[in-house]
Design a binder for this molecule. Structure first.
Ligand code: DGJ
Length: 733
């Protein structure tokens, strides 16, 4: 065997173990500020040698790996670019585990080649790895969005073996971090308790965040996370990764720290019950692991993601949205067409754009008068709506507002005609009793006929009601009865169910968007059970939580805001909670504003206040929807929450301030709040918005301040026990 040479810079010639000569390849993948750098080793295995700040001189990357003298078992293999299962020198969690056509269950992926192309406004790097023995390939993709510092990473798996290969694990991404300490923020959840953050210092072993629910992936956890590197990050300091796995289904993100205190990350579809058989000549494309790295704290990181979503992912991310009045909490299932038409007037009075009819409008043999029956029978209930939806669309139009409607087309109540006619369309274990979640079961979207049915629900509504202006798409149950008759009949393993369900749903959404590209749709899932970036390609907005208590919402919205722009976040004013109406309206104004109250029963002074607040919202919504968000005071660290949105030319901003603990007036409210994102050289005037007619502002509006003053000294919004919520408009002179 030849003597091994140390690595040299560039495409150096080095010796490998078999004695042949191989060229060392270094592949930097860069956004504006971030770099993930890969490099082949002497055996042509691909390694990650840097994840972090981009270097000024890219040719210096080649030396990065040599600076680490990591010892101990696994020291030389834990940084694999795509960790495999089944060969000896691998000590860390695999990104891929397969059983070849001949029964062998090992992989040895070697670097083959790479290409760099341009797609959209991004650079697309494709790196092909091939097994040393089998005709088995993995293409690693990195889509690097320069301006937003966002990276999308996924893999495509393919082979030309003599039979099917079973994929037991098939991650999207595998990363390696050369840092000292790791602080993970992940989110627990439950119905009406979505996005509850927990920070964990990852010291040893494996930490996994995951869902196995099939649908509603955000229900008990969240695919969103932030990972602070070296030290906990603040809003304005520290190195931090923020991201999610963009998959509307079971996901798993694994963080594993090794003996050298380095961090190995594997993210992708959750392999739980999901072994996937892949035929020769076909491909398996994994979902995108989407993340950003910020070197100046979580504020920059979240603005990166918000910009990326608005610019490239969220449907109509740069467009407009409709304010609305929803009838869910105003009526629940108890309404008829007269009552609804009466509510239209309330919507008109408030000044909102649209009336949204929620659950309960359908089902005849089994009327949808509660959540136990009717789901699946998408015909107007003749008793409640004798003249059908067209009448309502028309009546709304007469009042000068638009009309939208709620559907939950992936689901069925056992008490429904759909269930009676098409039991084979329902996910259920034939030999076991059915397990319900909210009295319902999930339809089998692996079945193309069911896909047609779900598409038909939406298509039918639009065909009969071309002026329908909005859809709220709900999804209230996880997959508890994971068995598909369609897969069984097609001789496809049941272990394809979770993957094919998500793909089936995506096919339906693609068809809907091909025919109805623009109509706004809200992604809702029994509260905030779904908010993955892959779905947001088809939806204009999402429902964060059924918890609309404004005090809770300050926290829930705060947590979501790290990952989503306000234009995508639906916030409704309801009767939840003990806070005054003003507080509720102010909190809901920090996103896409809606109301879910009996607007026609408001007291005159409350109605006037809401009307004024809707007008104010129309005045500043462009800043909230398209501006930059700065989180100023964190309610987890004080009794105050303060956030501001600033428009692109820094001439206009709107600042929201809330007391989050009304037992006493805290110290937080005594201090000025330092603003961010303004132009230090500009002079600004501050005005208070959303006041009742008889209320005087608690701030002196006659002064002007420089951006420098506001960002260095700060401004006191004068939040007090009698002014628990304060909205300020900040305008350059
Ligand atoms: C759950 C949603 O989150 C609510 O807003 C409402 O639409 C109900 N479903 C209707 O059943």
């Amino acid at each position: 065997m030849k003597k091994l040479f140390p690595f040299t810079i560039g495409l150096a010639i080095i010796s490998n173990l078999t004695g042949t000569i191989a060229a060392q390849t270094t592949i930097p993948v860069e956004t504006g500020n971030v770099a993930v750098v890969l490099q082949t080793d002497k055996n042509n295995h691909l390694k990650i040698i840097h994840t972090g700040k981009k270097l000024q001189a890219p040719d210096e990357y080649t030396a990065a790996g040599r600076m680490y003298h990591l010892s101990g078992d696994g020291g030389s293999s834990n940084n694999n670019a795509f960790t495999v299962a089944g060969i000896d020198n691998n000590f860390s969690e695999p990104a891929i585990a397969v059983v070849h056509a001949d029964g062998n269950n090992s992989l040895d992926l070697r670097y083959e080649n790479y290409t760099v192309t341009h797609e959209d406004a991004a650079t697309l790097t494709k790196i092909t790895l091939k097994d040393a023995v089998y005709p088995f390939y993995v293409d690693l993709f990195f889509k690097a969005w320069k301006n937003e510092d966002v990276m999308e990473q996924w893999s495509v798996i393919r082979h030309m073996e003599k039979g099917t290969v079973t994929l037991n694990k098939y991650a999207s991404a595998n990363l390696y971090f050369y840092n000292k300490d790791y602080y993970l923020t992940s989110y627990n959840g439950n119905w009406a308790k979505e996005m509850q953050p927990e920070q964990t210092q990852l010291k040893q072993g494996m930490h996994t965040i995951q869902s196995r629910l099939g649908t509603r992936e955000n229900l008990v956890g969240s695919p969103n996370f932030m990972l602070a590197l070296d030290a906990p990050a603040t809003e304005t300091s520290g190195t931090v990764m923020l991201g999610q796995i963009a998959w509307n289904g079971n996901y798993s993100i694994q963080f594993e720290t090794d003996i050298n205190k380095k961090m190995h990350l594997v993210a992708g579809i959750n392999p739980y019950q999901s072994a996937y058989t892949l035929k020769p000549g076909t491909t398996f494309e994994t979902p995108r692991f989407t993340y950003t790295l910020s070197f100046t704290g979580t504020g920059t990181g979240s603005r990166n993601l918000q910009n990326w979503l608005r610019n490239h992912q969220l449907l109509d991310g740069k467009g407009q949205r409709l304010t609305l009045l929803n009838n869910w909490e105003a009526t629940y299932f108890d309404f008829d067409q007269e009552k609804l038409v009466g509510l239209f007037k309330g919507a008109k009075d408030l000044g909102v754009d649209l009336f949204l009819l929620d659950d309960g409008w359908f089902g005849n043999k089994y009327p949808r008068n509660g959540d136990k029956a009717g789901l699946g029978d998408w015909q107007e209930n003749k008793k409640k709506l004798p003249d059908g939806i067209p009448y309502l669309v028309n009546e709304a139009g007469k009042q000068g507002i638009r009309f939208g409607i709620w559907i939950e087309p992936e689901m069925v109540n056992p008490k429904s005609e759909l269930y009676e006619k098409h039991l084979d369309w329902v996910l259920r274990e034939p030999q076991r009793s059915e397990i319900y979640y909210r009295n319902q079961l999930v339809l089998d979207l692996t079945n193309p006929q069911v896909q047609d049915f779900v598409f038909g629900v939406v298509d039918g509504l639009f065909k009969k009601n071309p002026d329908l202006a909005f859809i709220k798409w709900d999804c209230n149950a996880p997959v508890f009865n994971g068995h598909s008759q369609y897969l069984e009949k097609s001789r496809i393993p049941q272990s394809h169910l979770y993957v094919e369900y998500t793909r089936g749903l995506e096919k339906v959404l693609q068809r809907i968007r091909a025919r109805y590209p623009k109509v706004p749709m809200m992604l809702c899932s029994g509260g905030g059970g779904r908010s993955d970036y892959s779905s947001l390609k088809y939806f204009t907005e999402f429902w964060l939580s059924d918890d609309t208590d404004p005090l809770e919402r300050v926290f829930i919205q705060w947590n979501y805001s790290y990952y989503y722009p306000a234009i995508a976040m639906c916030n409704h004013v309801t009767d939840w909670g003990k806070q005054p109406l003003k507080y509720r309206v102010d909190v809901a104004s920090m996103g896409k504003l809606g109301f879910d109250i009996r607007a026609n029963e408001l007291k005159p002074e409350d109605r006037s206040f809401c009307q004024e607040a809707v007008k104010n919202y129309n005045g500043f919504k462009d800043i909230v929807w398209h501006g930059d968000l700065f989180r100023l005071v964190n309610p987890y660290q004080s009794d105050l929450a303060s956030l501001m949105f600033v428009n692109q030319d820094k001439r206009r901003a709107v600042m929201f301030n809330y007391l989050t603990n009304s037992r006493y007036i805290s110290e937080a409210a005594a201090n000025p709040i330092r603003l961010q994102g303004l132009d230090p050289a500009k002079k600004y005037r501050i005005r208070e918005l959303n006041l009742y007619a008889n209320q005087k502002s608690g701030i002196d509006e006659s002064n002007t301040y420089s951006g420098d003053f506001l960002m260095t000294i700060g401004f006191n919004p004068n939040v007090t026990l009698s002014r628990t919520s304060v909205v300020l408009s900040i305008e350059a002179l």
